[in-house]
Design a protein around this ligand. Sequence first.
Ligand code: ATP
Ligand code: MG
Length: 276
Amino acid sequence: ADFAPNDLETLQVLGHGNGGTVYKVRHKHTSVVYALKVVHSDSDPMIRRQVRREMDILRRTDSPYVVRCHGFFEKPSGDVAIVMEYMDVGTLDTLLKKNGTFSEAQLAVVARQVLNGLSYLHAHKIVHRDIKPSNLLVNQKMEVKIGDFGVSKMMCRTLDACNSYVGTCAYMSPERFDPDTYGGNYNGYSGDIWSLGLTLFELYVGHFPFLPAGQRPDWATLMCAICFGDPPTLPGQASLEFRSFIDCCLKKESSERWSASQLLSHPFLSKKSGNC
Ligand code: ATP
Ligand code: MG
């Protein structure tokens, strides 16, 4: 809150997202390094609305499993910026590309942290709606935190808005495409669990689950695979615990999917941890 844009010195660009850019910045007086997400005033009004929503949600979250937010500002030019905790290793997506696939022990460590984050968010009536490797951030302490609340939703608002097509389609659950068939008691929270299941699956096999390695699908093919196909199954060498854990996340019928707090007591999470 007490950051002035002039207190921050830009070090480098960390990434570009939808309409915004994330910079690595340093506070001139304290030398503390932060990540600064800037959405420019000339960007799409929808994107600007999203960044305001993200600010709203980050303001309310206080969890070691959610990327911390240290302040906001709006420049006179109309640019909106969020000062966040800097996650110095990057995202799970960059780790996958750099180091290759994750072991089950590493994934158990990842899963426990993301589930702690999701259980915190869901208890606070926040649905993330865009859980995927590139939105899970990692630091040197091997802490994994949920980031990027650009399309998240506070459930205290209308349920209906939760059904709209936001988020990255590939990781969207069957009920997001087809609520009548897979909706059960659709509440949005279980969509995050589906996305977590796909994310862990991808980190294990090295490519997006519904597709052979290297294939980039069109949206319709993917939607058909998600809605009409069976949930993907792990390759033969996966342990029974991991298989069962993924099954609990990837139940097509959303009401059968386990909740974040149920999954936190799944036997897969007690696997002995290796180095992440
Ligand atoms: P995407 O479509 O990849 O999810 P986005 O529009 O959602 O992009 P962000 O996810 O907020 O934008 O950020 C884009 C990139 O900036 C990320 O992929 C990550 O590499 C980097 N980044 C974001 N937040 C942080 C942070 N707190 N610490 C370090 N790097 C970050
Ligand atoms: Mg993102």
